[in-house]
Design a protein around this ligand. Structure first.
Ligand code: PMP
Length: 417
């Protein structure tokens, strides 16, 4: 097994054998050789229907022809300039056209950088220090937000190396709980600069907001001089053209993006109201910078991606998502299992719990051993999903009826423990 050997070797040179923790599942992860459309192929020649899709960016599947074409054209004329390009204006205009709260955009290199910069901006705009974060939400791997995070960090209460002085300004509360927000703002509202929220929690599986919850956050932040930041690194351009803010009809002050926006290349972005965005250097004094910010390859790929996301794409994402979710639900019912299937559009996750999942604590009631059996059995049957109960699965426009049929057959085998 070449993957097994490579993993053994990799562990000598890369911490844990990988470059991002969730990739290192047991006994060893498969190493990718190539990918096309809905399939990823490993170095041993196994082909998998891919629902990980690089953790979300690839809504048009792997190696999309139009994106690749534009990227190759760009590569021939340079991969980084360190001076502005016209395409940055084009992509910014497209983001502004699609996203309700976006009046200006700063392009960065990752979701992590986007949330770090958004929080800095919110603190500067309000002259306050604290931020509210929801338990289990993941906003990247920087110090401000690495407290009770989801994704690969789920279960780690914290990380060594993050100073208490930093995290004492990050206040945690449960998602979907209005009282917790009201109480906290009553006690500490004068110190709270921002609420940062994944409008749909996608790093502890899939947890939608309860009815009116986002509207409630909008109102209470507005009344208390608190900046509302939607972290739409996953939901942006996915569940609707304008992301979760369009879908739920709630407009935040700032929004962060990553993943889809780069068309499969590294990117992040911070966008929002002009009054805040113009505080960013060099227009204003809030420092934000990057050698690869607005990188021409990522920007070109992003343009080629967004230009393909039309009404039909969104309708198809919803249709396929429903097909998978109802298919899994039918299998659960036929087998008298009360596990919970959750999802919307191209996002879904199966929770191995019979409890309703509406926040981090309820998500943690899921049986991770059962999930692991499910994951491993799916893999043996040619279906690759993210290797954690606390990640979310993604569907692309390249997943066809046959893929979904095969997937459901594999799920039927995998849920029986
Ligand atoms: N925010 C959310 C909601 C995310 O899902 C992620 C990554 N999964 C990030 C921020 C961090 O993005 P990146 O990995 O590009 O730094």
């Amino acid at each position: 097994m070449k993957s097994e050997e490579l993993f053994k070797e990799a562990k000598n040179y890369l911490p844990g054998g990988v470059d991002s923790p969730v990739r290192a599942y047991k006994p060893y992860p498969f190493f990718a050789k190539e990918a096309k459309g809905s399939k990823i192929i490993d170095v041993d020649g196994n082909s998998y229907i891919d629902y990980c899709l690089a953790y979300g960016p690839l809504v048009l599947g792997h190696a999309n022809e139009k994106i690749m074409g534009k990227v190759v054209e760009q590569l021939k004329i340079g991969s980084a300039y360190g001076v502005p390009t016209e395409n940055e204006i084009e992509l910014a205009k497209l983001v502004i056209k699609k996203v309700p709260c976006a009046e200006m955009v700063r392009f960065v290199n990752s979701g992590t950088e986007a949330t770090m910069s958004a929080i800095r901006l919110a603190r500067a705009a309000t002259s306050k220090k604290k931020i509210i974060k929801f338990e289990g939400s993941y906003h990247g791997a920087h110090d401000y937000v690495l407290v009770k995070s989801g994704s690969g960090a789920a279960g780690l209460p914290d990380s060594p190396g993050v100073p208490e002085d930093t995290t004492k300004n990050t206040v945690l509360i449960p998602f979907n709980n209005k009282e917790a927000v009201v109480d906290l703002i009553e006690r500490e509202g004068d110190d709270i600069a921002a609420i940062i929220v994944e409008p749909i929690m996608g790093n502890v599986g899939f947890i939608p907001p309860k009815e009116d919850y986002l509207k409630f956050l909008r109102e209470i932040t507005g009344q208390n001089n608190i900046i509302l930041i939607f972290d739409e690194v996953i939901t942006g351009f996915r569940i609707a053209e304008g992301g979760a803010q369009e879908y739920f009809g709630v407009t935040p002050d700032l929004v962060t993006f990553g993943k889809i926006l780069g068309g499969g290349f590294p990117i992040g972005a911070l966008a929002g109201k002009k009054e805040f965005m113009e505080m960013i250097a060099p227009a204003g004094t809030v420092y934000q910078a990057g050698t690869f910010n607005g990188n021409p390859v990522s920007i070109t790929a992003g343009l080629a991606m967004l230009n393909q996301l039309n009404d039909n794409f969104y309708a198809e994402s919803e249709r396929k998502g429903k097909l998978i979710r109802t298919g899994i639900q039918d299998i659960l019912s036929d087998n008298n299992l009360d596990f919970k299937i959750a999802g919307l559009s191209s996002m879904f996750q199966l929770y191995f719990t019979d409890k309703e999942v509406y926040d981090y604590a309820s998500a943690k009631s899921a049986d991770t051993e059962k999930f692991n059996h499910y994951f491993q059995t799916l893999l043996k049957n040619g279906v690759f999903i993210p290797p954690s109960q606390f990640e979310c699965c993604f569907i692309s426009s390249m997943h066809d009826k046959e893929d979904i049929q095969k997937t459901l057959e594999a799920v039927e085998k995998a849920i029986k423990v």
